[in-house]
Design a binder for this molecule. Structure first.
Ligand code: GLU
Ligand code: MG
Length: 438
């Protein structure tokens, strides 16, 4: 097939973390880039179940455009589909081209730009994503074992090739700890690109799995007692000259003054932003102690139970610590929109910087073994334990000021609809439902 005849999708990722869009012949992409393709405001209130929030604020009127960002085009012929995968991520704008309040990609751009204005720094990020292969009839295998990966052959190899060709710069495809669980890591990139890549990786993984006759699910918990699928957001900063600006060997844990205040901001706002980074009912089955996911407002060095984990510095081969130094935000999963999640983290961190929050202390140990007073004195607060609790934390917090009221209202309406939908389901049924949706 002549690849010029294939179709290109121009997409936006909504508050349910579903990537939706419109599709045109690839040869018409330039034309579409000039003025975008039609979109409807109420689409922001579509639930992951395919329904629309009944009393949403948008109603049936209004028109928008999805404007493709030609620098965010991801193309590969290697997903096993008959025609190429060709996805261009776009921004939702009004008919005059000005940004629309409900555009999640623009939300992240604004947060990054405000952070840069305040600090002179840029955010570098990468999303490390876990998923499970389902309906495979693959035999059981030991966690992390070579056979766990090889049993799925040629899936891992084909996945790596498709991701590489698409330009998301994969680093590793590995068999994880959970049953049929895998993980994809990719190279750090400017934060907007990192969020774009997170979207593209999910789509390519699912498409390739479908072409094997399997399903790939990024759901936070495929069963109440299953190992969780996390999305760990790694971040660091660079200065105007592109030099690393996160590490200071004289700071506790190696955090530079700005990075320390940024982490303090995240910890301080963490209960409020949890629903923006772990956004579904089953997200809260994952955020439990002893699950390597995170359950307290907790900064630690190299501890996978912490919500903010300072990643290790490898000194083998005289590697420069400042270039590898980064912090991992672990309170996240794929039911959260990557742009919203990263925007929330950046806004919280920026508030820490602007308010000159005190350098947070590192904690090592098990918060569950401390008394309530001991936890309080160390700033260890339990994260919200349900989506409802998490929404209340958000709506009662200063974080509401970081978002346009319409966006916030749509988010709360959508998430409330999800809570209602799950109200009469037991945890097994909720896990089953979300496993099919994500
Ligand atoms: N599966 C764990 C989670 O739910 C993460 C395990 C790891 O540290 O990679 O986040
Ligand atoms: Mg992992």
């Amino acid at each position: 097939m002549n690849t010029n005849q294939h179709l290109t999708s121009i997409a936006t990722t909504d508050l349910a973390a579903i990537t939706r869009g419109r599709t045109v012949p690839a040869t018409d992409l330039d034309k579409s880039a000039a003025s975008g393709l039609g979109w409807v405001p109420a689409n922001l209130s579509i639930t992951p179940f395919g329904s629309i929030v009944g009393d949403n604020i948008w109603g049936s009127s209004g028109d928008l455009r999805i404007l493709p960002d030609l620098e965010a085009r991801y193309h590969t012929r290697l997903t096993g589909s008959e025609t190429p995968f060709d996805l261009v991520l776009g921004d939702l704008v009004k008919l005059d081209g000005s940004p629309w309040v409900g555009c999640t990609r623009s939300l992240l751009k604004a947060a990054l730009s405000d952070f840069k204005t305040e600090t002179g720094l840029s955010v570098v990020a990468t999303f490390e994503q876990e998923f499970q292969l389902l309906d495979t009839a693959l035999p059981p295998a030991h966690p992390f074992s070579i056979s766990a990966l090889r049993r799925a052959d040629p899936f891992p190899t084909k996945l790596f090739a498709a991701l590489a060709e698409a330009g998301v710069v994969p680093e590793m495809v590995l068999a994880e700890f959970g049953e049929f669980q895998f993980e994809i890591t990719n190279a750090p990139a400017p934060a907007l690109v990192a969020a774009d890549r997170a979207v593209v990786i999910r789509e390519i993984v699912r498409e390739l799995a479908r072409n094997f006759g399997w399903r790939a699910s990024f759901t936070p918990k495929s069963a109440p007692d299953a190992v969780g699928n996390g999305v760990h957001i790694h971040f660091s900063f660079t200065d105007e000259a592109g030099r690393p600006a996160t590490y200071d060997p004289s700071g506790e844990g190696g955090l530079s003054a700005t990075a320390a205040a940024f982490c303090a901001g995240i910890l301080s706002h963490l209960p409020a932003i949890t629903c923006l980074t772990a956004s579904s009912v089953p997200s809260f089955y994952r955020l439990k102690p002893h699950s390597w996911s995170s359950s307290y407002t907790w900064l630690a060095q190299q501890d996978r139970e912490a919500s903010l984990r300072i990643c290790p510095i490898v000194t083998i081969g005289d590697r420069d610590p400042s270039k590898q130094y980064n912090i991992e935000y672990r309170v996240s999963d794929a039911t959260a929109n990557p742009y919203v999640a990263l925007a929330a983290v950046v806004r919280a961190g920026l508030d820490g910087v602007k308010s000159k929050m005190l350098r947070p202390h590192l904690f090592s140990g098990d918060p569950g073994k401390l008394s309530v007073e001991e936890r309080a004195s160390r700033g260890l607060r339990r994260l919200p334990q349900s989506l409802l609790e998490a929404l209340d934390e958000l709506t009662d917090s200063a974080a509401t000021g970081w978002f346009a009221p319409e966006l916030l209202q749509s988010f709360v309406g959508l998430k409330s609809a999800e809570i209602n939908h799950c109200a009469n389901l037991n945890t097994d049924a909720v896990c089953n439902l979300y496993e099919r949706l994500y």
